[in-house]
Write a protein that binds this ligand. Structure first.
Ligand code: PLP
Length: 361
């Protein structure tokens, strides 16, 4: 047997890449595993994408995504110099890690949070210090601020946090910003529209604040890949430098047109968001009736556990009934399931399947 030589560099061989939730092709699947929006995007976004497809695809897009950044700036009361746009917020996050966190001290992140943060840190050789959430899976922000004041490369938190759904009020975010004024505090607001307080209004006062948002969840555009960061211009300039050293055209013409139209359709956004929040509140009660403990969620998902049932087994039983939820085989959260809020019908199917699986209660 001849041995195939490894062409991988040692760095690549040592990476532990992020594993996204599965996207299986199963008929009539109730897909509650990747926090996608169950509703389609604004019809105005689809029209804009079709129109963009019919003219100009032979040309490169605007490398600066000027019109899109203006639309984001207008929506949030910022200047377009305070907005950076990227191919999904995952790309924006990666650029931010590269731009800000390669420092002598460690980067601080909660031990229960979006697992991609540790992957970026590994990719860019950034030392991470995991800050323990408490037994209720809440970020101990006072302890985190005290730790940050002693010296760090920066702080990354998701607000509301993933996969817990628990939000931190703005006053607590401000305390973190004040604790390390010389380092960037990155607040990932992927789910903020479903009920948490955005830190965007703090940008004018905090030169170290970077807020990252996405159109994947609350704007129903996960398939379009559009994320953005907001912060003072000096932070945005750093992200532009990384982007222009990596890919000048991360946002294609279709994505740009669709994103602008989606941002302008406030009525569609508000209606679909309100439906999801209403459905969430109803589902909390139904799951509690079935004996689940449900963490307080300000997101489009619930993080739940059942004292009498193993989470991995529950996920497998649901899968056998064509209902997909997310289970993380990770320390501290292995007995939890993360359930995306679907349509009312999808949630009814979920509750029916659970009632079927759980012995009479
Ligand atoms: C979904 C999610 C993202 C990624 O969003 P994209 O814009 O689709 O890349 C980032 N952060 C958190 C916490 C998320 O849950």
């Amino acid at each position: 047997m001849s041995k195939v030589p490894s062409f991988w560099s040692p760095r690549i061989a040592g990476l532990e890449p992020y594993v996204p939730g599965e996207q299986p092709r199963i008929a009539n699947l109730v897909k509650l595993n990747t926090n996608e929006n169950p509703y389609p995007p604004s019809p105005r976004a689809i029209d804009a994408i079709c129109a963009a497809a019919e003219s100009g695809l032979q040309l490169y897009p605007d490398p600066e995504s000027t019109r899109l950044r203006e639309a984001i700036a207008i929506r949030h009361g910022l200047d377009s110099k305070q907005v950076f746009a990227g191919n999904g917020s995952d790309e924006v996050l990666a650029h931010a890690f590269f731009a800000f966190f390669q420092q002598a001290e460690p980067l601080l992140i909660p031990d229960v949070t979006y697992s991609f943060y540790r992957v970026y840190a590994q990719l860019y050789d950034i030392a991470c210090e995991l800050h323990a959430v408490d037994d209720a899976l809440r970020i101990d922000d006072a302890a985190l601020a005290a730790r940050a004041a002693a010296g760090c490369a920066g702080i990354v938190i998701a607000n509301p946090n993933a996969p817990t759904g628990i939000g931190l009020p703005l006053s607590r975010i401000e305390a973190l910003l004040g604790a390390c004024p010389d380092r960037v505090v990155l607040v990932d607001e992927a789910y903020v529209d479903f009920g948490a307080e955005s830190a965007l209004p703090l940008i004018a006062r905090y030169p170290n604040l970077l807020v990252v948002q996405t159109l994947s969840k609350s704007r129903s555009l996960a398939g379009l890949r559009l994320g953005f960061a907001c912060g003072q211009a000096h932070l945005i300039d750093a992200l532009q430098r990384v982007k222009n050293s990596f890919n000048s055209y991360p946002i294609d013409r279709l994505a740009c047109a669709g994103a602008i139209a989606a941002l302008e359709d406030e009525a569609w956004f508000a209606k679909t968001r309100d439906d999801i929040v209403d459905t969430r509140e109803g589902l909390v009660l139904q799951l509690e009736d079935l004996g689940f403990e449900v963490l307080p969620s300000q997101a489009n998902f619930l993080f739940v556990r059942h004292p009498g049932h193993d989470a991995a087994e529950l996920a497998a039983s649901l899968r056998a009934r064509a209902v997909l939820v997310r289970h993380f085989k990770q320390p501290r959260i292995a007995q939890y399931l993360r359930i995306t809020i679907g349509t009312r019908d999808q949630c009814t199917t979920l509750v029916g399947a659970l009632a079927d699986i759980l012995p009479a209660h």
